[in-house]
Ligand binder design. Structure first.
Ligand SMILES: Nc1nc2c(c(=O)[nH]1)N[C@@H](CN(C=O)c1ccc(C(=O)N[C@@H](CCC(=O)O)C(=O)O)cc1)CN2
Ligand SMILES: [Mg+2]
Length: 287
């Protein structure tokens, strides 16, 4: 079997265009443009690319971009003070802090300072708790973007054996919760998992987000499985490569995401989707 490609670039473009249309409709009715603040501390080269792409996506969708790039020497207190200011600003609907942050910054304290109703990354313990108790509000962009892609396959998730490889707060854990909420039978694997090949080999759906190039071997994949590769690894030759051995896996899978052009673009489109939700839909019950 040769897999069909889940084209994240195309699905993300379709989503961004529908968001842009909705923004113009709302603005024509006298509502505000969604405002997004991306805070970046320091000069991590990969983060610079992602933040630039987020700003570009904001502009194209008709959002107000109020992003702030701060020097690596910025203190924890200065970042917290900026978040307090943005929390109080009615033109700002979404706030995120680009990760990773420099070593002297404590990301947990920063994430908890963002008002849960402006937490468009869905990383605040309030939003993680809502997802875990089946009352989702704002969901992390990468896993939620994967759910949008999975819907495009038309394959029902209910009852599927889903194996998530990687247990990070950004990808693996919220991915597990999203799939569980759709009634998949979910296994989550991590660095202490014994016999990863066996776990992956019985999966109808495998989602991999570990950041190790080609870590999941193509011949582990069960015939006809759906393979979602969240890894984006830059190789010595400058090329990007995923966490799954793509060329072999694509001969076994029914659907597969490429890298680049798979999950990555969905992360940014979903960030816009979350911000628009805050601007026009969310009825925030928290002070
Ligand atoms: N605050 C956050 N920090 C980070 C997140 C996040 O969701 N919130 N996720 C990642 C980085 N990320 C978004 O921030 C991200 C990663 C990759 C892409 C993307 O479009 N990738 C392209 C390739 C781009 C390239 O040339 O490097 C692709 O896969 O096709 C978008 C966003 C960690 N930090
Ligand atoms: Mg740190």
């Amino acid at each position: 079997m040769t897999a069909k490609i889940l084209d994240g670039k195309a699905i993300a473009e379709e989503l961004r265009n529908s968001i842009k249309d909705e923004v113009e409709r709302q603005v024509a009715q006298g509502n505000k443009r969604p405002g997004l603040a991306v805070i970046m501390v320091g000069e991590d080269p990969a983060s610079q690319v992602y933040v630039r792409n987020k700003k570009l996506a904001c502009e194209k969708a008709g959002f107000k971009d109020v992003s702030e790039v701060l020097p690596a020497s910025t203190s924890q207190e200065e970042v917290l003070a900026l978040i307090d200011k943005l929390n109080a600003d009615d033109d700002v609907h979404g706030i995120i802090v680009q990760l990773p942050v420099p070593d002297h910054i404590n990301p947990e304290e920063i994430i908890e300072r963002i008002h849960p109703c402006k937490d468009v990354d869905g990383f605040h313990p309030y939003n993680v708790g809502r997802l875990a108790t089946r009352m989702p509000q704002l969901m992390p962009c990468t896993p939620h973007g994967v759910m949008t892609m999975l819907a495009k396959t038309g394959i029902p998730l209910r009852g599927l054996n889903a194996v998530v490889v990687g247990a990070s707060n950004i990808v693996g854990v919220p991915m597990m919760l999203e799939l569980l909420n759709e009634r998949a039978t979910v296994t989550i694997c991590h660095s202490a998992t014994k016999d990863l090949a066996e776990q992956v080999g019985r999966a109808d759906l495998v989602v991999v987000g570990v950041g190790i190039p080609n870590m999941v071997k193509g011949d582990w994949i069960k015939d006809g499985a759906i393979v979602i590769d969240v890894g984006i690894n830059r190789m010595d030759d400058g090329k990007l490569c995923g966490d799954v051995e793509y060329d072999v896996a694509k001969e076994k899978a029914s659907w597969i995401t490429p890298v680049p052009g798979g999950v990555g673009p969905m992360t940014i489109a979903t960030l816009l989707e979350n911000t628009m939700k805050v601007a026009y839909q969310l009825d925030c019950k928290l002070k």
